[in-house]
Structures are given as C-alpha cells and as structure tokens.
Design a binder for this molecule. Structure first.
Ligand code: ASP
Length: 341
C-alpha cells in the first residue's frame, strides 16, 4: 500500500476532517478513493481560456485530468484563427505545417509526436502513441502513417491566411522569432514583421482532477518559418511538459531551443519538489535560461507555467506579455505573468 494511501486511510479513520484543500468524504477506511480535490486547469496564453472551458466540461463532472487536457487543447488545435497551433498554424520555411505535441498522465505514461503533418489533432495521436504502442515518440512520416492507420483523417492544415503570411515572409525569408505583441510595438499598418505579431506560441495545459491526479498536454505548430524538420521543446517530455503526480506539473512556451537546453518543465517540477512555490520554480527556470544565454535571453520570449499538488499555480516569463488562463470551481481568469525583463 502506498504511503499516500495509508495516510489517507488513517485520516479517514481518525475523523472526517478537512485536509488542506481536500475534503474527506468517506466514513470508512474501506471505501475506494475517499478523497475529493478541487479540480483546476491552467494553460498558456489568453487563448487558454477557451481551452480550459473545454477541459472543464470533463473536470467539472469529476472526469479524469488526462481526458480533460486532451479535450481542452483540441479546441485551439481546431481553431483556424490560431496561427501557432494545429489547423491554421504558420508553416515552416518550405510551406509545410508541421505539428509537435505530447501528453503525460499521473503514472509517468507519456506519448509524443514530432513534425507531424496533415492531422489536426496531433494531441490525440500523441495519446494513441502513449496508449497503443510500446514507444513514447513517433516522428514525421512514421507518425503520419500511424495516425492514418488509426483512423485519423488526412487534411490540408495550411489555411489561406497562413499561406498568405508565408508568401509574404518569403520576400525577406528572414527567420526572426517575435517576442509577443506587447513587447514588439507591433504595427499592423506597416507590418514590419511579416507573418504577424505572434509567429510562435503553444498551448501547454496542466490539470488536477477530483481524484487529485495530474496530467498535462502540450501542442503547437512551433516556430513559424523554421527549417523543415525542426522540432521544438513542446513534444519533448521534460522540456515542454512534465508531470510528476507526487509533486506537480509544468509546461512551457516560447523559443523551444532555450527550453530544451535546460530541460525546463522537468526543472520546474524538481524545483517544486525542493519546496519552491510554482511561481518561484518558474522564475528560477527562467533565470537558468538567462544564465545559459544572457544576450539571447533579452531578445526572445520563454514562459513557464506550473501547478502543484495542493492546486497552487504560478508562472514566470523572460519578457512581459506572457499570459495564462486558470479555471476551477472558484474562478475563470486570465493572468499576466510576472517577468524578468
Ligand atoms: N515552444 C514552441 C517551439 O519552440 C513555440 C512557442 O511556444 O512559442 O516550438
């Protein structure tokens, strides 16, 4: 019997007390899972609000965090107006929309797809890799073949808007990740940055369900106009996403190369294990990026978002402008993250 379970049963026997953030609902030690937590879901950027609402249709009914995060991130994946995720994502420099995604549950099960083309819901393919194969990662053509063999539909993910942006970009063909709107004084009239103000972003989502279990999902079309075949942090377990059901979960957004270098999301979870709050852990990870790449860090955006087992959450970013969305039984909010610069 796990220490956690012993502890829970002992608590039930002694009294029907209210533990920190948890109500003990059972009155005998023999009933299974005698604890109800307050479910919560958090996700990156303001478009995380709609994604959280999708997750909440499952979490709010006592559903599993894993199902909730998959359902949640499918919303921006299917949204053609979101040019950094799924359908409508900005392409690589050769005009291919290539998607990166991963998912992780409360038992260290995880699945990932890298540089996947033609499938809207990369996250669901990642989940299938986790559940139906002996592997964790499938990439490129192999990931596509696997998806098609499992009934996913082949689609053209390049919308006319994203194709137009790419063709405009081809005139200069300069690879230039943009920080975010607030920090770039973006001027739509002059359009100094072909491809728009947000030429990269990701939905990273982590959640805790009523059973107190954590899961996470992360999905993106990655950096616009990247070299064909480039893979970012988002589908890399430990970099773009990490879940440790004893401690907490974290996810990231921003220039993936810098997140991979420090294995960012795993670092955030390990810092929480050492006692840092979610916000302090995210801040420390951001500072690690500055230490590794002091000059570069001034010109790029990276943001981390974390949730611990008590349901506390926090974020930190290099630059101003990173936002994150929170949904629980008590709130539905979008917060501006603190930042170093
Ligand atoms: N992390 C993503 C990547 O590097 C992009 C982003 O979240 O802005 O592909």
């Amino acid at each position: 019997m796990s220490t956690r379970r012993k502890f829970l049963q002992a608590s039930v026997i002694s009294s029907a007390a209210v533990l920190t953030g948890r109500q003990v609902l059972a009155d005998t030690a023999t009933l299974p899972i005698p604890v109800i937590n307050n479910p919560v879901v958090i996700s990156t950027w303001d478009f995380g609000k709609a994604a959280n609402a999708g997750a909440w249709t499952i979490l709010g009914k006592g559903g599993r965090a894993l199902d909730a995060v998959e359902a949640g991130v499918k919303i921006p994946e299917a949204d053609p107006t979101n040019q950094s995720i799924g359908y409508g994502g900005l392409p690589d420099r050769d005009g291919h929309v290539t998607l990166d995604a991963c998912i992780m549950d409360e038992q260290y099960n995880c699945g990932s797809v890298m540089a996947l083309e033609h499938i809207v819901h990369a996250i669901s393919v990642a989940r299938l890799v986790m559940e139906k194969t002996p592997h964790i990662v499938l990439a490129g053509d192999g990931a596509l073949q696997f998806a098609l063999a499992n009934g996913f539909k082949k689609e053209n993910l390049l919308t006319p808007e994203s194709e137009r942006a790419w063709k405009k970009w081809l005139k200069t063909a300069k690879y230039d990740p943009v920080i975010n709107v607030e920090n770039q004084l973006y001027n739509k009239e002059n359009d100094p940055m072909p491809g728009g103000p947000n030429n990269h972003d990701t939905i990273g989502m982590v959640a805790m369900d009523a059973g107190g279990n954590l899961s996470g999902a992360c999905t993106t079309s990655g950096m616009a106009y990247k070299i064909h075949g480039r893979v970012g942090d988002s589908p890399i377990i430990g970099a773009g996403l990490y879940v440790d059901n004893e401690i907490g979960a974290a996810t990231s957004t921003g220039v993936g190369e810098e997140v991979i270098r420090i294995v960012g999301s795993h670092l955030v979870v390990e810092l929480m294990r050492q006692g840092h709050s979610p916000e302090a852990a995210c801040k420390e990870a951001v500072q690690r990026i500055i230490k590794r790449s002091p000059e570069k860090s001034k010109k790029i955006q990276v943001g981390f978002l974390a949730l611990n087992k008590k349901g506390e959450y926090g974020a930190y970013a290099l630059q101003k402008g990173f936002t994150y969305a929170v949904k629980s039984g008590k709130e539905e909010s979008v917060y501006a993250s603190k930042s170093i610069y």
